[in-house]
Design a protein around this ligand. Sequence first.
Ligand SMILES: Nc1ncnc2c1ncn2[C@@H]1O[C@H](COP(=O)(O)OP(=O)(O)OP(=O)(O)O)[C@@H](O)[C@H]1O
Length: 704
Amino acid sequence: MDLPVLLITNGVLLPEARLKYTLHLLGVSRARIESFALPIASVKQLYTVPGDLNDEIKVEFLRNLKDFLTYLTFESIESAITLKKLLEEKNFDALADFSVAQLREVSFSTMLDYLATLDTSRRVLLANEWIKECIKSQSDPNEQLKRDHHKELVKLGTLIPANDLAKLRDKAQNVVRKYGSRVKSGNSVEALEGKLRDAQLPDGIRDRAWEEYDRLKGMNSQQSEYNVLLNYLDLVAALPWSKSTPDHIDISKARQVLDVTHDGMDKVKKRVLEFLAVRKLTDHATGPILCFSGPPGIGKTSIAKAIAKSLGRKFERMSLGGIRDESDIRGHRRTYVAAMPGRIIQALKHAGTNNPVILLDEVDKLYAGVSGSPSAALLEVLDPEQNNSFVDHYLNLPFDLSNVIFISTANDLSQVEAPLLDRMEVIEMSGYSHREKLHIAQNHLLPRQLDKNGICPDHLIVNPDAILHMIESYTMEAGVRQLERQLGAVCRHGALKLAEALNTDIAADVVPELHLPIVIDRTAVKHILGIAKFERLNLVKKLGRFKPGMVFGLSVSVLGGKVMPIEATTNPGKGKVQTTGKLGDVLKESIEVAKTWIRANSGRLSCSSLTDIDAHVHIPEGAVKKDGPSAGCAIVSALYSLAANRCVRSDTAVTGEISLTGHVLPVGGIKEKVLGAHRAGIRRVILPESNRADTSELDDTIKA
Ligand SMILES: Nc1ncnc2c1ncn2[C@@H]1O[C@H](COP(=O)(O)OP(=O)(O)OP(=O)(O)O)[C@@H](O)[C@H]1O
């Protein structure tokens, strides 16, 4: 007989899975596929044979199936109802097939063998064994709850007509929700109660937290608010309302920590020690908020870490780069979907104490977006008058931040909003000279990289000359981050050599083909790191002797100081000045000022007044925007060189603002500029007299 193999009985849209359909398929008979040509299969029905089934097995099987029914009601209410019906009918053929179909523990191949067995008694025996195993493995601690649940289901079955499946299912699902969810969530609500008791909540907070807890207890766990409230109370219980680390401010120990972790930086260390000393003597929770500013990789973050270490406090770093939403700082209100607390509250939760050192990293990279200004939110956090009752929107309870030490860092202070900057005490940090970098590399970076790569310091030695070569030719930075990366590459090379030698023969006492220690010199650096990337940037060597109109200016950016070549040429014309190189308004005005000054002083200087020719001023790296008044003196030099047809020295760089009457005015970033000039191979720098005091910060080797 040809017949359909499967009959689709009903497709039910479950209310809790709005977009998912569940397709219920019901097997009606065994069959063998005789021929198969897509999309039609021709099948032959197979008939089961009763076999020899003894009464003892029948009784045991029925008993086991009744227990199995209890378990099944938790899994699928509809399957439980069908099984109940089959139990009433005592149809052993169908009972065996249906109950086995509910088991997930039986492997697919075993199930196929079962399916192919036509002898009913054999299948009942198999089903009985598997069901017994299943019941044994489902021993549940919530037995009483399950029994109640079962009773209620049975009651439902008797009250509602069997054919009214939809009503029955809805009611039954409510029962599953009521009991099933208690089985799952009972533990977490009880655990929460314990956590809230242990949280040492302050007076005003305690009552509100317990009120919310009572509200949670009265809620059905299927309510959407239930989980929101549960998570909220979890946070309340986890916050360190009354937990703090005791301060051990020992100035000599702090000095030692700072000296051990950081080379040089004398001015910064002195200021940090003063800060700690004042804290020790006054015992004031409130103090200035330090802001370390300077180029990347000069140790701003790591010095903040050292402060936390010397105080014995927890350290939390909050990267503010790219934040443009007020709620990142202050949290979302709980009514929002997926609402979360702000970063400050999260940092405190993570720290587990209410007096950590929180580093607000990169405050200059906060932006005001459409959803409010994060800087404005930070103002409240940093204000000692207000921050003893900081209210995060999510938490909606005041938290005392006055014990927290906030430290911030910035690369570019001009990008920090004025009111925020006003709250902080800025400590400017500048880049390092080659000699300072060498010391940092020898004392800190190399030992750290050796350790990271599992190399004993006696097995790999990097010559100072090799380190200097790396500094000069493989890095171009104010800080030491690239240098640490290059040292890491050298160490990995050493690690490979050592590991290869060790691999050759594990039992060998001596590492073959390897002479220890591995010594890294200039040649080895070239071999490991490849072609020197920055040798080509030695501008003095590269540009050689200057032509009239060329001069080196100096600029400073968030990446440190840099040499800025300026070129000027003439064209036939009527005294106009053309500018190229993406120059800002202030720089263009400096060019106008320089031209006017040359014209006014051409007689005294015995040079052309540039009125009968056009000048073209170009500053290379045309894609990079340049601005600021500090190139004034360099532009005057370039135009004078052109007007007088005399060359400027090509080993010299100039900086300083120029006024219309020829006064040279002071400029900022002297140390960075001089270091940048030194990196580019410049040997002489001309600075405004009024900047003389700034030169005291310069390293003697640089001055020399
Ligand atoms: N004076 C120093 N002594 C020892 N190590 C230093 C010194 N300066 C910097 N370092 C090391 O250089 C690495 C980079 O420093 P850090 O991350 O603190 O830079 P940063 O100034 O915060 O940079 P960014 O502005 O990019 O965040 C760190 O591993 C730090 O230990």
